[in-house]
Design a protein around this ligand. Structure first.
Ligand code: SAH
Ligand code: SF4
Length: 440
């Protein structure tokens, strides 16, 4: 693969292809999407700005990119007029390409997206009465081959870059029209500009553009602002294609931009990362990202989990639950979600429900359980449990004092359930492979 490096990741037998920091573009410009402020600043310096200018401009551009969703340098009104084309010649602030956008009758929306180098992946938006959840992908494909998961049947094409991950959230905000509008944002003090100044003589007047809100209450302030705006996109789940903990650095870097009060400003309490159980990376996830954790448990015996989630052969149930018990930041107020896909005659008996309760109690886990009706796909080896079976399972767990709601399938008419984001992408990527095979 031309645009990836190989990097060993703990817990992974084979090296995982890791996308490079910056994907080179054919036009030679550098895509700023996904880069933190410090990196943007370095790039500006390397392009010829003096350090003070680079710092100021990085701060301004960062604000426009991540807080306001602006992609056109011409619209960045606090940059000197002559600097805007200078920026546009060297940099770009892209978005993933939209191949297809679908809208379900229940309000669920699904996008088929394409990377700059032609790989397809998906993102889903699920609106509810009190929240709107965006299901974000972390990889194109997945290495882990869970038996009931459609993505698992697809080979890993590559990790998504931080830009491609944060780009999904930004694209959703574009589509939902949810960038903070100018009226609710504090305007920077106007800067004096010399009309004739060229790239070497940019003024250094607006030393603090006035965007910053200091202190720890960024999240709260921004959230209130957004709620007052009637925002639809309130929550993010890393439950699209891929295993986010096998693309740890990129997922972390992207989520930091999402959580930054000067960036997309979404509270970490509203972000959930779902893992199939990459035990060695869980502690770092809590410490370096700090989002809510969801664990795809799906079975309570070694035999069944080995079959459903082959990673279990490497990190068994006990090791996984011990890592959950040690997850930094979890508490009764911030519970760990255990996802449990309901598969007929496989993992859905009353005895399994009792064992699930025993395990949660034994490891003293602040837990809630999400029962997911299996979403069938062509040639899947499993069927969804009957509704009565699911109810009985749920009742047993609830009776033990552990919340165990049954997740309602959403967007069935557009095949949009999270974790099954592949159907269209697979077809496209096959077409893509065919094109590659004939050298196009
Ligand atoms: N790789 C991560 C996150 C992506 S999968 C993980 O496995 O946790 C997101 C969730 O969807 C997981 O709980 C996964 O087990 C579930 N899932 C996958 N395929 C499914 C299907 N066909 N029906 C219902 N849930 C599914
Ligand atoms: Fe990968 Fe998650 Fe699907 Fe398993 S369930 S194959 S880890 S995406």
């Amino acid at each position: 693969m031309a645009d990836t490096n190989l990097m060993p990741i703990p817990g992974q037998v084979d090296p995982v292809p890791v996308a490079r920091d910056i994907t080179p573009r054919l036009d030679g410009r550098v895509d700023l999407l996904g880069l933190p402020k410090a990196r943007i600043r370095t790039l500006f310096e390397e392009a010829g700005l003096d350090p003070k200018q680079a710092k100021l401009r990085a701060k301004q551009v960062y604000h426009w990119l991540y807080h306001r969703g602006v992609t056109d340098f011409e619209a960045m009104t606090d940059l000197a007029k002559t600097m805007r084309p200078w920026m546009a010649e060297r940099f770009v602030a892209g978005r993933p390409h939209v191949v297809e956008a679908q809208h379900s009758t229940d309000g669920t929306r699904k996008w088929l997206l394409r990377t700059e180098d032609g790989h397809d992946f998906e993102m889903v938006f699920i609106p509810d009465a009190d929240r709107g959840t965006l299901c974000v992908s972390s990889q194109v494909g997945c290495t882990l081959n869970c038996r009931f998961c459609h993505t698992g049947t697809m080979r890993l094409v590559r990790n998504l870059t931080p830009g491609e991950i944060v780009g999904q959230v930004m694209l959703a905000r574009d589509a939902l029209g949810e960038w903070p509008n100018a009226a609710t944002i504090q305007k920077p003090p106007s800067s004096r500009r010399k009309p004739e100044s060229g790239p070497d003589t940019f003024e250094q007047t607006d030393s603090d553009p006035g965007f910053r809100q200091d202190g720890d209450n960024h999240d709260e302030a921004r959230e209130t602002e957004y709620r007052a705006d009637g925002r639809l996109l309130t929550n993010i789940v890393m439950m699209g294609m891929g295993e986010p903990l096998y693309n740890f650095d990129n997922v972390r870097d992207a989520l930091r931009l999402v959580m930054d009060g000067e960036g997309l400003a979404l509270s970490k309490r509203r972000i959930t990362l779902s893992t199939s159980g990459v035990v060695p990376m869980m502690e770092r996830c809590g410490e370096e990202i700090g989002v809510n954790l969801a664990v795809s448990l799906h079975a309570v015996t070694k035999e069944i989990r080995d079959e459903l989630v082959p990673l279990n052969r490497k990190y068994g149930i006990e090791e996984l639950l011990a890592a959950c018990a040690a997850y930094p930041g979890s508490s009764n107020a911030r519970r760990i979600t255990f996802e449990y896909v309901m598969l007929k005659d496989t993992n859905d008996s009353d005895e399994h429900a009792h064992e699930l309760v025993r395990l949660i109690k034994r490891f003293r886990l602040p837990a809630k359980v999400n029962l997911i009706p299996f979403n069938p796909w062509p040639d899947a080896a499993y069927e969804c449990s009957d509704p009565e079976r699911i109810k009985s399972f749920s009742d047993i767990v609830f009776a033990a004092g552990i919340s165990a709601p049954v997740r309602t399938p959403r967007g069935r008419d557009i095949d949009a359930a999270c974790g099954q984001l592949k159907t269209a992408a697979e077809k496209k990527s096959r077409a893509q492979l065919d094109r590659e095979a004939i050298g196009k």
